[in-house]
Design a protein around this ligand. Structure first.
Ligand code: ADP
Length: 455
């Protein structure tokens, strides 16, 4: 029996103010608050999120701490953050891979767009964020995961199942482990189907939060087999900016729709000068699909992949690794949304279309028809990241005179479905602006009139 006193009740009531931004609900009704204990003026509890890869974990912890502190007679609060990834539920999955919670295929419309590179780096990034991750290389026509992950050898049988190899703390099985080097193997449909089944059921994957599957490019037998064998949590589709323009990625998306596999979102790879930038994001906007983020075209990504040490682990501070981390967080958020069973997330403000960087500033047209235009410096000065604002005291750290008068936003990327990450011309890179916050700081006359003080 859980002990409940009026103080417990009041703390829970206060904690209802804290929302999971991805699920759009408060942490109490989501059942995230566990082990609430009160002793004298001290309260302690655990917040159990649905993914360890939550980018606003620390903010939520701090918000919860403050909420609990607002209750009398509480003067001390201990918050523990944990995560329990929720599984995609299905009988077929329980039969084949009961301990694997989510299977996430990574697909592309054609080869050479960096699908394997992205799969490997996402697997590594999810692992670094604290998840248990497997990587299945189902690209029979060009299995490159062993090279990218630096995994060689053959998985050995143990207790009637194959033991996956482990590289960078990710469990790996690849078609490449079973194919003679240099041989052009001709696979027929039934053989492929059998191989996919064996890769799931005959491998000792153990407990996994996410099993990332690197699919062959295009729309062939492997995709069909995988989607039919087992309900997948959802697919991530990788495209270069120009391939969406050419509708190449769309073929993969249409295939998943036909096979009733949800598309968790799209990733723009090789984003930059040569192929352009922003095409995939625009595509997502038009088609109402989640955009998971962009990975720059970078020699470092190629080099690290060729040498078996994906950049997400070999150079975690690099902008490329950070980009992979953000995509991994967005992907994990989409998995949480899918597995939580929540369809409509909330009444929180949401842009109608992706915000635009214009000459005058950042322009957002909101779903309720309101339009906001934020002069860049207005927005830059209100950055609420840990570098700009002291997280403990809420005091501003950013000194106004250090921000150039002509500061501009250089790039904008989504964070889940609730915020934008902005890169600034003064070199500032860590700003995340939630939609709620953006709406709060709208500088238009009507909004200014309704609040006494501008944050
Ligand atoms: P796919 O699986 O789509 O066929 P790969 O992941 O094998 O593609 O990538 C194809 C080539 O492109 C590889 O040489 C890889 O290192 C390189 N590559 C992938 N992504 C990037 C990137 N963002 N920047 C630079 N090179 C990349």
């Amino acid at each position: 029996m859980v002990e409940t006193t009026p103080v417990h009740e009041s703390i829970l009531q206060a904690l209802r103010r804290v929302k999971d931004p991805d699920l759009g609900r408060d942490i109490v009704s989501l059942g995230f608050v566990k082990d609430l204990k009160v002793s004298g003026d001290t309260a302690s509890f655990t917040i159990e999120l649905t993914t360890p890869a939550c980018p606003v974990r620390e903010q939520m912890k701090e918000e919860a701490r403050r909420a609990a502190l607002s209750v009398l007679p509480i003067h001390q609060v201990e918050v523990k953050m944990t995560a329990q990834v929720r599984p995609t539920k299905s009988e077929q999955k329980d039969r084949l891979v009961p301990l694997v919670k989510n299977i996430i295929p990574v697909a592309s419309g054609k080869g050479g767009v960096g699908k394997s590179t992205v799969s490997a780096n996402l697997a590594v990034a999810l692992q670094r964020l604290g998840a248990r991750v497997g990587l299945m290389d189902a690209d029979v026509y060009g299995p490159s995961i062993p090279t990218i992950m630096g995994a060689s050898g053959s998985p050995l049988p143990k207790d009637g199942k194959l033991q996956p190899l482990v590289a960078h703390d990710v469990k790996i099985v690849s078609m490449g482990f079973f194919m003679p080097k240099g041989d052009a193997v001709i696979w027929r449909g039934p053989m492929l189907h059998k191989a996919v089944e064996q890769f799931l059921a005959d491998v000792n994957w153990g407990d996994l939060d996410y099993l990332v599957v690197d699919l062959p490019p295009g729309t062939g037998d492997i995709q069909l087999s995988l989607c039919q064998l087992i309900p997948l949590t959802g697919a991530a589709v990788v495209s270069t900016p120009q391939d969406v323009a050419l509708n190449v990625a769309e073929k993969a998306i249409i295939m998943f729709n036909k096979l009733r596999t949800p598309v968790l979102g799209l990733i723009e790879n090789m984003s930059g000068e040569i192929f352009g930038r922003g095409g995939v994001q625009r595509y997502c906007q038009v088609h109402g699909l989640p955009f998971l983020g962009e990975i720059p075209l970078s020699g470092e990504i190629r080099k690290t992949s060729d040498s078996g040490s994906p950049i997400a682990i070999s150079d975690p501070a690099s902008p490329e690794a950070q980009a992979f981390l953000r995509v991994a967080q967005n992907l994990a958020a989409q998995v949480s949304i899918k597995t939580s069973g929540i369809t409509e997330t909330s009444e929180r403000p949401e842009p109608k279309e992706f915000a635009q960087i214009t000459k005058e500033g950042l322009r957002i047209l909101w779903k309720d028809g309101h339009e906001s235009l934020y002069p860049f410096r207005h927005l830059r000065l209100r950055c609420s990241c840990a570098q700009c604002v002291d997280e403990m005291t809420g005091k501003k750290r950013l000194q106004e005179e250090t921000v150039p008068l002509d500061v501009r936003a250089l790039a904008l990327s989504p964070v889940g479905r609730y915020a934008y990450h902005i890169e600034w011309s003064d070199g500032h890179r860590s700003g995340i602006y939630t939609f709620e916050y953006l709406r709060e700081i709208c500088p238009c006359e009507a909004c200014m009139a309704t609040r006494r003080t501008v944050p």
